[in-house]
Design a protein around this ligand. Structure first.
Ligand SMILES: *[C@@H]1O[C@H](CO)[C@@H](O)[C@H](O)[C@H]1NC(C)=O
Length: 173
């Protein structure tokens, strides 16, 4: 009796998965700290310095590449619960404005997704209100994940280049 019930449930779940996997929504915040402070170490490092200054931008150059190992947290404060890290790089990929190529894995270290990751390869026009992050794959519990993220600037400090980004991810596994 119990065995049959379990089999029936397993069948229903298998069908649900194959017909149309549910979308999982994850929200978290990414802390891109270029300039260290007393409370937070630097997690983004300029590793390649571009040659051509961008118009109307005294700081960034075409070709600048930053390696990142940015913490991902549950809330907008760096002190809120750590849920993972974004590791990879971004490059200033436009000759004319602040448009980045962002290439990173987002590895989760909390809850059910602990040990799972998604890979993101995205165009990030940093002044746009919303940027789309195509998810090109995932590992472990997110193996074969498809979907996208929406990235918004939560806060940005032009004096030290530090930013907090809000990310909403919509995934099908
Ligand atoms: C995540 O998994 C690692 C490796 O299994 C484990 O050491 C760690 O305690 C886990 N973290 C949480 C928050 O469950």
């Amino acid at each position: 009796m119990h065995l049959l019930l379990h089999l029936a449930l397993a069948t229903v779940l298998a069908l649900t998965t194959s017909v149309g996997a549910a979308t999982t929504h994850l929200r978290f915040y990414m802390h891109d700290t270029v300039t260290a402070s007393a409370s937070s170490p630097s997690t983004a490092a300029l590793i390649v310095k571009g040659v051509a200054k961008l118009p109307n931008d005294p700081v960034n150059r075409f070709g600048d590449v930053y390696a990142i190992d940015d913490p991902l947290t549950e809330g907008p404060e760096l002190s809120s619960a750590l849920v993972g890290r974004a590791r990879g790089f971004y490059m200033f990929a436009s000759l004319t404005d602040g448009t980045l190529l962002l290439s990173a894995t987002m590895e989760f270290t909390a809850g059910k997704l602990n040990g799972s990751s998604v890979s993101v390869l995205a165009r990030d026009a940093i002044l746009d209100e919303v940027r789309e992050l195509p998810v090109v794959g995932g590992t472990s519990g997110l193996r074969g994940a498809t979907g996208y993220g929406l990235l918004r600037t939560q806060s940005y400090n032009p004096s030290n280049n530090n930013a907090v980004l809000k990310i909403d991810m919509y995934l099908k596994v």
